[in-house]
Design a protein around this ligand. Structure first.
Ligand SMILES: [Zn+2]
Ligand SMILES: [Zn+2]
Length: 347
């Protein structure tokens, strides 16, 4: 089923005068190369988050697009409840993750593209997982994110689509509907997992659910509110396809165990690569581990890389210190992302 998306009201009005809060990042390892090229000269610039620390206010121009890391963790979230209740063993990362503002606190992997121009602003979300509500609660009010102008789906695991039901708050109270861009195979899954959102005729009259418009995508480029999105097909376990997406010079691949040869040309001249890196020691059957992810960075040669989808064995500061060495030794600028991280981008 293909339903044409509708134009939704611009969200610029709520953003144009918004002052964003930035925090200096104190822990060292990696930052210099982020600091400037993506910003225009008038900005104070750095890898930034609103999460903690010595905030300084920076006014972002209303036509500056950015991406916001809505979530950077695994399906169960970090801290894991099971680690916090384990009487026999202390999990250092999950313990740290309980501290407010700690960068080890991670919810389901997701990113928001805030596409801004002189004519308006659009919020395009990639994935809406089980913890979408908590992520949105944490970041959207602070960052002035009101509308959800489109949602693009990488694949149909629960940590990518489990929050579809939560979109009802937007379609009941903010906007009439939300266009969803999803591959046919994942739409078939949604027909089972969220049957009442696909076929709203089954709903009891008067009950309100998310009003979604499903747009079926293939592995060919498509356009969302004027933004060209190029799917980056990858394997996420044997025989299971997931999509990464390229927008502008950003390539986002959140769930991957193997990149098919035919996808590499689509990654050519990638400026910022966001790549799956589940655990520090090895890959799993469905995700890259750190060694493989670094190997792929060597092959793809982006200007800079941010890893995402980290499990609780990945300590933010420790792994970032380790990654900083690759900048010195090989000129590879690689860092871990974290929930709330904002990166200005040109679209
Ligand atoms: Zn843990
Ligand atoms: Zn998955």
């Amino acid at each position: 089923m293909v339903v044409a998306s509708i134009r939704l009201p611009s969200s610029l009005a709520s953003l144009s005068a918004h002052t964003f809060r930035f925090s200096w990042r104190r822990s060292a390892p990696s930052l210099p190369s982020y600091s400037l090229p993506l910003f225009r000269p008038c900005f104070q610039v750095r890898l930034c988050s609103v999460s903690a620390g010595e905030d300084s206010e920076v006014k972002l121009s209303s036509d500056q697009s950015e991406m916001i890391f809505v979530g950077t963790g695994t399906s169960e979230g970090i801290p894991r409840v099971s680690c916090l209740t384990n009487p026999l063993k202390n999990c250092p990362v999950c313990s740290k993750a309980t501290e407010p503002g700690n960068k080890n606190r991670r919810l389901n992997t997701s990113i928001l593209i805030r596409q801004s121009s002189s004519s308006g602003s659009r919020n395009i979300l990639i994935d809406v997982g089980k913890f979408f509500y908590q992520s949105a609660l944490r970041w959207f009010p602070t960052l002035g994110i009101r509308t959800l102008d489109a949602v693009i789906i990488t694949h149909s695991h629960a940590d990518a689509i489990g929050g579809l039901d939560d979109l009802r708050d937007w379609t009941n109270n903010v906007q009439p509907s939300i266009p969803i861009y999803v591959a046919e195979r994942d739409f078939e899954v949604m027909k089972k997992t969220h049957y009442y959102l696909v076929d709203t005729s089954v709903i009891i009259p008067g009950a309100a659910v998310s009003m979604l418009q499903f747009n079926i995508i293939s592995e060919e480029p498509f356009v969302v509110h004027g933004l060209k999105i190029t799917p980056l097909p990858v394997w996420h376990g044997q025989g299971y396809r997931s999509l990464g997406f390229r927008f502008g010079n950003v390539c986002y691949i959140s769930d991957v165990s193997e990149i098919p040869e035919e996808t590499y040309p689509l990654l050519k001249d990638c400026e910022t690569l966001i790549l799956d890196a589940l655990r520090p020691d090895r890959s799993s059957s469905t995700h890259f581990g750190l060694p493989r992810a670094i190997e792929e960075v060597r092959k793809i040669q982006p200007k800079r890389t941010l890893f995402t989808g980290m499990m609780h064995l990945m300590d933010h500061e420790e792994v970032n210190s380790y990654l900083a060495k690759f900048l010195e030794s090989e000129g590879l600028d690689i860092q871990l992302s974290y929930d709330g991280l904002r990166i200005p981008i040109e679209l």
